[in-house]
Ligand binder design. Structure first.
Ligand code: DC
Length: 237
């Protein structure tokens, strides 16, 4: 089965999608990590973040490899080929890369290139797949059998983001995060190509005040319902 988890930053998508993929024994596809990998290479090679065509070429060709999810929910990411591949798991999560990613992901040619790769990866997954992103249920695999759109209040999302940064040793006020978050939300929902919005058939889940296990339990029970209605496990193209 194909499951999509979309929603804004800080709604809890990553933790939920990873835990869900583990519980189901499904492949996990972190679409944001692919945009981040392209942004990291663009920064390193000093490609202008406005140069949509060069960035799209990079998005089409950059080798990106994902490792399996570890029991504690970490997925390692590499760019490059074979022995010369470089692990970029942490390098793609810096604030500088996050900022650049938010810009390059507004370019339609970049989105087209990555969406095509994501679609192929999702359909190649043998057991089942959980995709996490912004447009996975609307654009990447609109045929997904279970689509979840996670939300949370702006304050809750900023609190979670501050805690995440604190865990990385960075102290940023929730007020600053809230302001940046507003700007990013506006950019994400106003962009003409794949604006952030739930698919018409997505199930909206507000995660305010819910712990991770409670959210995952709810989605597992929706998954079970879908399984009872139709074929479960093997993805249907
Ligand atoms: O989920 P994330 O924070 O890793 O996403 C990084 C950036 O990439 C964020 O600015 C939104 C963008 N993104 C996107 O536009 N479409 C996706 N499917 C996934 C991420």
């Amino acid at each position: 089965m194909i499951v999509t988890i979309d929603g804004p930053a800080g709604a809890g998508k990553s933790s939920v999608a990873r835990k869900l993929a583990q519980a189901l024994g499904y492949t996990y596809l972190d679409t944001g990590a692919m945009y981040r990998a392209v942004a990291l290479m663009a920064l390193r090679h000093k490609i202008a973040l406005s140069d949509a065509e060069t960035l799209a070429q990079l998005a089409r060709t950059l080798p990106i490899r994902f490792g399996p999810l570890s029991p504690d929910g970490v997925q390692r990411v590499w760019i490059g080929e074979g022995d010369s591949a470089e692990e970029v798991t942490e390098a793609i999560r810096t604030p500088e890369v996050s900022q650049a990613t938010s810009i390059i992901s507004t370019h339609s040619p970049v989105r087209r290139a990555l969406v095509e790769r994501q679609r192929q990866m999702a359909l190649a997954a043998e057991n089942g797949v959980v995709l996490e992103g912004r447009d996975t249920g609307t654009v990447v695999v609109p045929q997904a059998e279970l689509k979840i759109f996670l939300t949370a209040s702006p304050q809750e999302r900023a609190r979670r983001r501050a805690a995440e940064l604190r865990a990385q040793g960075l102290e940023v006020s929730e007020e600053t995060i809230l302001k940046e978050q507003e700007e990013r939300d506006a950019r994400d929902s106003r962009r003409t190509d794949s604006p952030l919005r739930p698919a018409p058939d997505a199930i909206l889940l507000n995660t305010d005040g819910l712990d991770l296990d409670a959210v995952v339990r709810q989605i597992l029970s929706l998954h079970q319902e879908r399984c009872n209605q139709r074929r479960c496990g093997v993805s249907e193209a």
